[in-house]
Every structure is written in C-alpha cells, then in structure tokens.
Write a protein that binds this ligand. Structure first.
Ligand code: HEC
Length: 276
C-alpha cells in the first residue's frame, strides 16, 4: 500500500483517509492543472531557447562552403563518431613518438543526458520546492505517519477495543502476566528497577501507592502517566491490552519483597493487598 501512496503522492491529499486514486477536492484539481500548465510552459520556453540558439549560430558563422554529404551510419551519428575517412580532420596538433590524439566530440547521448539532467533539476525544483505540488520526503513521512496512526487506532480497536481504564480487569492467566513481564523488562526497569523494587520511580511491590493500587488506578497511571513527576504516559507506545498485561504483572508482584527495595511512598492501599 505504501508503494501505491508513494507513486501517487501527487494526488494524495493531506487527509490520509481520502482515497489515493481520486482527486478529492477542487483545490487538488486546480493545483494539478496549474502544475501541468507550468510544465507545458517550461517545455515551450526550452524549445524556444533551442530555436534561438540555432538561429544565433547561423547568424554568427554563416555556412559558406557546401556541407559534405552525410555518409555516416545512423549509429555513427547517434554516438557522434566519424568514419575513418574523416579522422584526419579530428587529429590534434601534438604527436608523441608518432602517436596522435583525436579530438572526438562529446557523444550526443552524453550531452543529452547532461542537459536532460539540468532540465530535470529545474522542473524538480519548481514542482517540489516552488509550487509545492510534489511531496518532499518530509511531507511523505508525515502522511505515512498519519496513515500509520490511523492503522494503529484501528488495530487497537480490533485487538483491545473493550479495554479501558473503566473496564480493565486484573489478569491472572500465566500468558497475560508473562506478556506483562516482558513489557515491564523492556520499558519500565530503567526507572522502577529490574524487580520493580524502585529507582527513580517508586517501588511497585509494596502496598504503598502514590496513585492508588487497584488495577484501574494502576492502569490509569500507566496510560496517562504523571509527566511532571517523570512517569511517562504510555498510551502512545502500548496498546490497551499491553497496558492491562503490564498492570496485572505489577500487581502480581505485591509482597514479593525484592532486595534493595525503595522506601514506601504514598498511602497504604488495602485493595491491592487483598488482591494478592
Ligand atoms: C522515565 C522513568 C520511568 C519509566 C520509564 C517508567 N516509570 Fe513509572 N513512574 C516513574 C515515576 C517518577 C513515578 C512516580 C510518579 C509520581 O511521583 O507521581 C512513576 C509511577 C508509576 C506508577 C504509580 C506508582 C504509585 O506509587 O502509584 C506505576 C504503576 C508505574 N509508574 C508503572 C510503570 C510502568 C508499567 C512502566 C513501563 C511501561 C513505567 N512505570 C515506566 C518513572 C518511570
């Protein structure tokens, strides 16, 4: 899908929910037509410039002698080569030990590439940086992120649609707790310690809680965080199911009494003690 989006970024409107195959607003259409007109204009200017150059050359060195009849093959003309019989004209003046050098002209295909790339650069500059109808990488990135956000929301709705801080329940199946343990090891140990004994963040294994020790309260603080105190809001990184798992894992640690436990913080919460 992303490949489609990239190749059609011309038509892709800022709103990723819109179909990528349609020009969905009048504004898009106007921009598209405008850039086509500008492109056509540029081609016309290029042709006119070439024609002028041609006339100028005729004026500056009018042909006095008759041109030799063209005897070169099509390939020789395309590649700018001269037949052996004309090589004498190309010889440069110096000779080293009898070795002479030919002043072969740059082949036309190369010049075509050269001027073509200059033309391309001009058109690219206009479309991507002046008119702005083309999407530079930064805006492609933004669009793809917006699409990914939408997909993420859909995914969460599908996987964990019914879990939120009002409906969350304590998991006690081994699979759920294990998943929570893995999530904790990955995301939380830096601040809460390997065994949740507490570091920068509080000890999560004692019955003392700053924000409450019910599954709903723990889920809430994980989801929303206490950013001013240094606890991240995890709802962007973890989906509701994952937050339920890690909250359940934390509560399963109640009373585990790890070594080096941090001093109690907050109020003793009878509810969690009962859960154990
Ligand atoms: C950057 C450090 C940091 C990280 C990473 C972090 N926390 Fe915290 N956490 C804190 C701090 C600091 C607090 C205390 C907030 C306060 O004082 O209100 C806290 C508080 C908490 C609380 C409430 C404790 C209480 O006493 O009420 C829970 C639950 C919690 N964190 C869970 C987690 C989980 C789960 C993760 C991983 C997904 C995590 N934390 C990652 C720093 C962190």
């Amino acid at each position: 899908m992303n490949a489609l989006i990239l190749s059609n970024s011309w038509l892709l409107a800022a709103d990723p929910a819109k179909s990528i195959w349609t020009i969905s607003s009048g504004q898009d259409l106007v921009m598209l037509l405008l850039s086509l007109v500008v492109l056509a204009g540029m081609v016309m200017v290029a042709v006119a410039a070439l024609y002028l150059l041609f006339i100028l050359r005729k004026l500056l060195n009018p042909v006095t002698v008759a041109q030799p009849v063209e005897t070169r093959s099509l390939w020789q003309r395309v590649s700018g080569l001269r037949p052996l019989s004309q090589e004498k004209d190309l010889e440069m003046e110096h000779a080293y030990d009898g070795i002479v050098e030919l002043n072969n002209p740059t082949p036309p295909w190369f010049m075509g590439l050269f001027f073509g790339s200059i033309g391309f650069a001009v058109i690219y500059l206009l479309i991507y940086h002046v008119i702005g109808t083309g999407d530079i990488m930064a805006s492609e990135y933004k669009q793809e992120m917006a699409i990914a956000d939408l997909q993420r929301e859909e995914y969460i709705k599908k996987v964990a649609g019914s879990i939120n801080e009002n409906t969350v329940t304590l998991m006690n199946d081994v699979k759920g707790i294990d998943a929570g343990k893995a999530l904790f090891a990955q995301n939380c140990t830096a601040c809460h310690g390997v065994n949740a004994e507490g570091k920068v963040g509080p000890n999560l294994t004692d019955p003392f809680w700053l924000h409450g020790g019910t599954i709903k309260a723990v889920y809430h603080i994980i989801s929303e965080g206490a950013t001013e105190k240094g606890m991240i809001a995890w709802k962007k990184q973890l989906n509701p199911l994952q937050m339920q798992q890690v909250a359940s894992y934390i509560l399963s640690l109640q009373g585990s009494n790890p070594a080096g436990a941090k001093e109690p913080q907050g109020n003793k919460n009878a509810v969690t003690v009962a859960l154990r």
